[in-house]
Design a protein around this ligand. Structure first.
Ligand SMILES: C[S@@+](CC[C@H](N)C(=O)[O-])C[C@H]1O[C@@H](n2cnc3c(N)ncnc32)[C@H](O)[C@@H]1O
Length: 210
């Protein structure tokens, strides 16, 4: 699909600018750091749409030991993630086509990756993620609310990227349908290049016992 191919070539081309902006982005680092408090050493973590490995790197530097697998459709992002997170396993694949056995992971990160999936793809991904998580396993999910879907230029890319905006209500419903219970939800303003404010939503959830 043209939306995905244009989006991924923009990420390929601008991966270094993305990494420069978000590797040390305070607002996002604080959220991941809070999530790490929910995790224990030795856990297996899946990072979907991992980008340059910014979140995985924070996990590695936290002092806890994690086994991390990251997936991204941008080859350049995967290359950067491999450099940034020695010891992690990163591969280039489409998160809409992943397949793992049930109960494979203690935690899954979906950090600003459903912003590139439509409603149906998001529903399918959350269903799979719920299956891959062990009982009691933790989910980190972030996305944006607010605007109309479409191609946009961003602070890190003059090449257009297609963004989907999701509503908290709908996402909450999908989590509930998949036995993922909410631990915490935070909404936070993000200042865009044109000074407008987008609402970022951060959810921590947990897979319920059957
Ligand atoms: C906004 S970045 C987020 C990166 C990182 N998770 C973070 O929070 O900073 C979105 C990432 O999702 C990746 N992506 C977009 N669509 C994808 C797909 N269908 N499969 C795998 N990765 C995808 C992009 O290449 C990009 O690296």
């Amino acid at each position: 699909m043209i939306r995905t191919s244009k989006t991924i070539s923009a990420y390929d081309k601008n991966c270094r600018a993305f990494s420069k902006k978000f590797m040390e982005f305070k607002q996002y680092k604080e959220r991941i750091s809070q999530f790490i408090h929910l995790l224990d050493s030795g856990m297996k973590v899946l990072d979907l749409g991992c980008g340059p490995g910014n979140n995985a790197r924070q996990l590695i530097l936290s002092g806890k030991e994690f086994s991390i697998e990251g997936i991204d459709l941008s080859e350049e992002m995967v290359r950067l993630a491999q450099q940034n997170v020695p010891g992690g396993i990163f591969r280039c694949a489409d998160i809409r086509k992943i397949n793992y056995p049930a109960d494979s992971f203690d935690a899954v990160l979906l950090s600003f990756c459903i912003i590139h999936l439509n409603d149906m793809e998001t529903a399918q991904l959350l269903k799979k993620v719920a299956k891959y998580l062990k009982n009691g396993g933790k989910l980190y999910l972030s996305f944006m609310e607010g605007k109309a879907d479409g191609f946009e230029k961003t602070s890190f890319s003059d090449d257009e990227i297609y963004f989907y905006y999701h509503s908290l209500n709908r996402v909450e419903g999908l989590l509930k349908d998949n036995r993922l219970s909410m631990i915490n939800v935070v909404k936070q303003g993000y200042e865009e290049q044109d000074d407008s404010i987008t609402t970022d939503v951060f959810i921590f959830a947990q897979k319920e016992q059957p």
